[in-house]
Write a protein that binds this ligand. Sequence first.
Ligand SMILES: C[S@@+](CC[C@H](N)C(=O)[O-])C[C@H]1O[C@@H](n2cnc3c(N)ncnc32)[C@H](O)[C@@H]1O
Length: 349
Amino acid sequence: MNQYYSFHTLMSSSSFWDSVNILITKPNVINKRLWGCKLIFKCYCKPINPNWKLPLKCSLFDCDRTDSDSYKMDLLKELGVVLCTDFGIKACKNLSILLLELLPKSYTSHRAYQVICINKYEESVTFYNVTPVEVNQNICPEFTFILQLKNNYIILKSICDSASKSYQWLLNSVLPQFVKWGEKSSNDSKRQHICTESLALVPEDEYYKKYNTLKLKYGKEMVKIWPECTDPSKFVYEDVAIATYILLLWENIQNAHSNKPTFVDLGCGNGLLVYILTSEGYYGVGIDVRKRQIWDMYTNNIKLEERTIVPSDSNLFPNTNWIIGNHSDELTPWIPVIAARSSYKCLTE
Ligand SMILES: C[S@@+](CC[C@H](N)C(=O)[O-])C[C@H]1O[C@@H](n2cnc3c(N)ncnc32)[C@H](O)[C@@H]1O
């Protein structure tokens, strides 16, 4: 039942590792069932004996355990490796073992767990599914698969039936995209890298938890009663995502002595962001040149004003901490100006 497929490529070794890095750190880019992932541990290792070979399978992870250390030690033994702690020796970085928690996009799906072995000696990366069987995960291949760069070929080896849907996905979606990333990274290698990370200011796992909570709390209901002619699933979930980010940012900057941040949302449109932020306990106002039908459905504590903001001294907000403008049309370039003119304590989002 072993599948073997090879694909010719001019990808360099460093580009291969760039592609592996995307596959491991941002699996959601290629796997639409995922929201993202969380690294539970990563350790550098060395083989116990010179004829070392990885097993085809490894023990499943008990996802209820709070301490992953005992699993790690058992796992390393099973994989035939020991911890390598002498980081002065470059060879120590040639073999690493990771345990990843894969976070599903749909809150009705279950999380999955993957052990990944990065083997720089053989330029290969092995993915084991270690999710307990009873969890019944459907977000990553249920079998072991390996990607390797060898003699200008990318090789995909999988321990599964060729008719398996996951195998077809690996072959027809993951492999071509993996090669594309690598070839793009070869072309980009001379260009300067700039930081384009989103969610850079809040911890990703906290974001994931809060986003799912708010999605359940506001998303479903809102999508059901949406009175506007716009697509609710786009607007509602986008605003839930923005609210999640802002709320975490505010929670993280607040301390016992500071007051709760206040906000003004300029060009607030349907006012949903104002509704969520207010319902979560923050005081603020949304302003838009055009009132929407949905405004009448909110309770009285949701402050929305229909008026035009003309950037000038008469439209400043000296008592507000945050000026929000999400795609606020022609107001967009004025948001930081309005914030700076309002008060030195005013920030923008
Ligand atoms: C692209 S929509 C974005 C709406 C909302 N922020 C969102 O993310 O869904 C831009 C909004 O800005 C409002 N707008 C544009 N110029 C404005 C101004 N000078 N004063 C108040 N609202 C304005 C428009 O009416 C529109 O609702």
